[in-house]
Write a protein that binds this ligand. Structure first.
Ligand SMILES: [Zn+2]
Length: 178
């Protein structure tokens, strides 16, 4: 799986690419809340990692990495948003779904592992791309394994490239004059 670095950078880019009129948050257009929300949604699928630390069995990349749960979570936040920000519920649903799905998209292109239960509950099969873009993470080696530097550097480069492209795309006039 990509780490929170790549998931957060991708979520941020999707949010920035959404036209201002189409952006919606739970409580309005507050930058810090927006950022906290999109980073949370971009990474929330990996919460399934926690039970695996304490319990036997395979939880990671299970149902939380399915399109069904992406839909359910987006609907849930849209319903919560309805009570706070009624006119923007549809936008909140769409941006949440888009960011949650981006998590699944990145994980799909990651090396290693057995894939994810993308179409749960319709099938328990695991899906992953036969071609990988992101390097694998060796969870069994622990947190301080030096081999992790490779994927951290890769994801930092990916995020930097994404932000640079976003800056060029979102500020074409500013970039022309400088
Ligand atoms: Zn994941």
């Amino acid at each position: 799986m990509p780490s929170p670095i790549a998931h957060s950078a991708t979520a941020y880019c999707l949010y920035k690419l959404t036209p201002l009129s189409q952006r919606s948050t739970l409580l309005g257009r507050h930058r810090c809340l927006d950022l906290a929300y999109i980073i949370f949604i971009g990474n929330v699928a990996d919460i399934d990692f926690i039970p695996q630390l304490f319990l036997d069995g395979k939880f990671h990349r299970g149902p939380s990495h399915s399109l069904s749960l992406a839909l359910l979570v987006s609907l849930g936040f849209a319903i919560i948003g309805y009570f706070f920000n009624k006119p923007k519920v549809r936008q909140l649903f769409l941006i949440t779904l888009c960011i949650y799905t981006s998590h699944l998209f990145l994980d799909y292109w990651t090396a290693g592992g057995v894939g994810m239960q993308l179409f749960w509950p319709f099938t328990d099969s695991y899906f992953m791309s036969s071609v990988s873009f992101f390097p694998s993470v060796k969870h069994s080696k622990g947190l301080f394994y030096t081999g992790h530097i490779i994927f951290i550097l890769f994801e930092a480069a990916y995020s930097f490239l994404l932000m640079t492209m976003l800056n060029i795309f979102c500020n074409p006039k500013k970039n022309k004059t400088t």
